[in-house]
Design a protein around this ligand. Structure first.
Ligand code: SF4
Ligand code: SF4
Ligand code: FES
Length: 504
């Protein structure tokens, strides 16, 4: 393994490591545009030039590999002068329309200009005009004037999705990015190019002019669009999620996420319910509502076989563990079902056909056999009678609107229908009791993906109204029933999960 000295610090790296990576291991950031760790290194932007002792000229740190005894300087006078020249060159035809650019605030060109150049343009002639607001694909818009031709987007489509829609057309200062004739940038992962574009040349239609990036707070979270559970940055403003961006996780999604999942954040905002309702009353506190629910269940004098509990493959593991404890020991349900989203299209990259983010957590809490009793079976059993009380965890349903209406109609006939829900809809209006619960952006919870990778996320912002974390619903219902409750915190639930795992 070669050892090099970078800015006076020694580093030993595996053979074949580029200088830029060796520097990163020492915490030294070498400015770069075209380099991306998941893509090939064409060394076309020259922003990463560094001084290597005994070399005749400056060398691209993204391309040149570390050799034993190499001595590198990344901030010498020569290097900084080269960086300034590269920036000046790029900015010759750049429109500098930062005030109306969505990338402003997270733009490498802006950041490097402020760090290394920061002087007025010497240009006295006009700039070369190019396309602006060019629809390069259904989800992505291209601005030719902002493009610095780093080719990251082209290499993404060649090397990651293998779809090769993009190329560079024309020469010199007329060069631009285009799709090949008759093509569009429309692969299921197309919006990743907007993350890796180092400037504001590629933006998503969804986020254009939506929110200035410096107003948002970013919280580490996950996408709940499918069983992959891609790690994301959840960017939010005033209690609303504004966008997901993929968060590097070598165990799950590397640097990427799919377009469908990226846009699934919209479910976190739309049609939310924060109201607690028992019968006609929507002015109750949680303790009072919990006492009324316990009283109604006791008065109904039901047998376990008349009580059904529906678990959700969408819920956190904490909610599923607490829900199981409540269903078994307090509700005394004798019938168990599960719901979740219907399967969708999967692929060999990230997207899973299973659109449920926590089937593994469901099986851990309720056992494999629950998978045989899905929403269709629930509807059938409701129709055939026998069930008089139903408790349903907040969940998407796998079938269309008509079947949901049918389920709501059947649920209306029951003595008691308790729905813990994050969204208002026909089911919540059919419920005798509607308990508002938080989404994953609003609570601490653990989701276990298709490969068994568990990810615990924290609340990004508070839930609406009087909604609470769904694991906490069961603690409150237990208190209303004056029952002993061993799972009164996330830590207690985690201890239960770990003791279950140890026993397996
Ligand atoms: S559009 Fe962005 S990622 Fe693509 S070449 Fe231009 S600057 Fe690079
Ligand atoms: S692959 Fe699945 S988890 Fe990942 S972004 Fe897409 S929908 Fe979300
Ligand atoms: S990052 Fe090295 S040449 Fe572009």
């Amino acid at each position: 393994m070669p050892t090099a000295t970078i800015n006076g610090k020694e580093v030993t790296v595996p053979r074949g490591t580029a200088i830029i990576r060796a520097a990163a291991m020492l915490g030294i950031n070498v400015p770069h545009f075209c380099y991306h760790p998941a893509l090939s290194a064409p060394a076309n932007c020259r922003m990463c030039l560094v001084e290597v002792e005994k070399a005749r000229k400056l060398e691209p740190a993204c391309y040149l590999k570390v050799t034993d005894g190499m001595v590198v300087h990344t901030e010498s006078e020569k290097v900084v002068a080269a960086r300034q020249a590269v920036l000046e060159f790029i900015l010759i035809n750049h429109p500098v329309d930062c005030p109306i650019c969505d990338q402003a605030g997270e733009c490498k060109l802006q950041d490097y200009y402020m760090a290394y150049d920061a002087k007025p343009s010497r240009l006295t002639t006009g700039k070369v005009g190019k396309v602006k607001v060019y629809p390069i694909g259904p989800e992505v818009v291209y601005d030719g004037e902002r493009c610095i031709l780093c080719t990251r987007c082209v290499r993404f489509c060649d090397q990651i999705t293998g779809t090769s829609e993009l190329t560079v057309v024309d020469r010199g200062d007329r060069s631009e990015i285009r799709t090949f004739p008759g093509r569009e940038l429309d692969n299921p992962y197309s919006m990743n190019v907007t993350d890796i574009c180092p400037v504001g040349a590629l933006t998503t239609r969804d986020f254009r002019f939506k929110c200035r990036v410096w107003l948002m707070t970013s919280t580490d979270s996950i996408c709940t669009g499918c069983a992959r559970g891609c790690s994301v940055h959840l960017d939010h403003y005033l209690g609303e999620t504004q966008r997901y961006r993929p968060r590097f996780n070598p165990e799950v999604n590397e640097y990427w996420m799919c377009d469908e999942g990226r846009l699934s954040y919209k479910r976190l905002n739309a049609n939310r319910s924060g109201a607690l309702r028992v019968g006609e009353r929507d002015d109750l506190s949680w303790p009072r509502a919990a006492r009324m629910i316990a009283g109604a269940l006791a008065d109904a004098q039901l047998q376990p076989d008349q009580i059904a509990f529906v678990a959700s493959a969408d819920a956190s593991t904490e909610a599923l563990v607490a829900g199981h404890e409540y269903a078994l020991n307090i509700l005394r349900a004798g019938r168990f079902y599960w719901t979740g989203r219907a399967d969708g299209e999967g692929d060999a990259f990230l997207r899973c056909a299973d659109r449920n983010p926590n089937r593994a957590g469901l099986v851990h809490s309720f056992g494999e056999q629950i998978l045989e009793r899905g929403a269709d079976r629930l509807l059938k059993d409701l129709k055939s009678g026998g069930i008089r009380a139903l408790f349903m965890m907040s969940s998407a349903l796998p079938f269309g609107r008509e079947a949901v209406e049918e389920l709501a109609a059947e649920a209306r006939k029951l003595d008691i229908f308790i729905l813990a829900t994050s969204h208002a809809g026909s089911l919540s209006s059919a419920a005798t009791v509607s308990l508002p619960v938080a989404k994953h952006s609003e609570q601490t919870g653990t989701w276990v993906n298709i490969d068994g990778v568990a990810q615990t996320v924290d609340a990004a912002y508070a839930p609406p109204g009087v909604a609470i974390a769904d694991w906490d619903v069961y603690r409150r219902l237990a208190a209303g029933a004056d029952a002993e409750w061993p799972l009164d915190s996330v830590d207690a639930i985690h201890a239960r999960i770990f003791s279950d795992e140890a026993a397996e």
